[in-house]
Design a protein around this ligand. Structure first.
Ligand code: PAF
Length: 293
């Protein structure tokens, strides 16, 4: 089965490296002009990734398309390739929610897997450095036959090991959404590292954001809302030295994932008739920052 990797971002480059390592048949679908990536693995010497480029017009239909992109980039990538997609399997790995619905609309015949990965890497110019192997949690959100399922599992387990398969990932996706809805905008707005959010002056706002998100999870019947405070505090502690992705996006004048994080929560609030004023406030504050840069 041919693997396609959308983009040449940090995680996409780790996946390209792992395809090389395992001798998998793979191609890259660059978002813009193809770049030459210098890759620093966790435990080996730096190398230049020799990835070949895929022409979307010559897709066959049986490929496994990995989309390790920002939420807003997935949509534009699928808009670009959707005329050539048929029955591929697409793997979504991004912060936030709301992309799957759009992706299904753009690629109605494809099957989908949603995931959360703790694989970590960062990109500076054309150089990508892997910083953690991390585990990956995946779930099919489409029906596929057994033989396709087995082939896809074998490839993903080689590329994203350790992989944990779930019947339903909604609890984990929502818990991650809540963590991101607190850490990402607050670190970006206050211009602090993740760890600084444990200081007393941020606690009231963090609690309000969690309470609003909890009401949504309860309204939707999603489990795992009881100890959201602990989930947020753990990630703040575990990633205390990091600058969140949204902080970095704002600093580097790139678009942010706010519409798929707090924006998604506000949309769900409107749909369910549950008020989310604090999420609305941070959504507007990030939009205002983006407009000012
Ligand atoms: O988006 C991010 O930065 C990360 O998902 C997280 C967990 C907030 C850590 O920085």
């Amino acid at each position: 089965m041919r693997v396609l990797i959308a983009g040449q971002g940090a995680i996409g480059s780790v996946l390209a490296y792992r395809c090389e390592l395992h001798g998998l048949d793979y191609r890259v679908l660059p978002r813009r002009q193809k770049q030459s990536i210098e890759f620093q693995p966790l435990d080996a010497a730096c190398l230049r990734l020799p990835s070949a480029q895929q022409n979307p017009a010559s897709l066959r239909g049986d490929e496994l398309l990995l989309l390790p992109l920002k939420a807003y980039q997935v949509q534009s990538m699928l808009e670009q390739v959707s005329p050539y997609l048929s029955t591929q399997t697409l793997v979504l790995l991004h912060n936030g929610l709301g992309v799957l619905e759009k992706a299904r609309h753009l690629a109605p015949e494809c099957s989908f897997i949603q995931g959360i990965t703790r694989l970590a890497a960062y990109k500076q110019q054309h150089r990508v450095t892997q910083t953690a192997q991390g585990d990956t949690h995946l779930s099919w959100v489409s029906e596929v036959n057994q033989s396709r399922e087995q082939k896809v599992h074998a490839v993903l387990e080689e590329l994203l090991s350790p992989v944990y398969w779930h019947q339903d990932l909604s609890e984990a996706l929502w818990r991650k959404l809540v963590v991101n809805s607190v850490i990402n905008p607050l670190t970006a707005l206050h211009q602090v590292r993740n760890g600084q959010l444990s200081q007393p002056q941020y606690q009231a706002q963090i609690q309000t954001l969690i309470d609003e998100a909890r009401a949504l999870m309860q309204g939707l019947g999603i489990r795992g809302h009881e100890d959201l405070e602990r989930a947020v505090a753990e990630v703040i502690e575990q990633t205390s030295d990091n600058y969140s992705s949204m902080y970095q996006d704002l600093m580097q004048q790139r678009p942010t994932e706010i519409d798929y994080i707090n924006g998604y929560l506000c949309q769900e609030g409107q749909r369910l008739g549950i008020a989310t004023p604090e999420h609305q406030a941070v959504l507007e504050a990030i939009h205002a920052q983006q407009a000012a840069t």
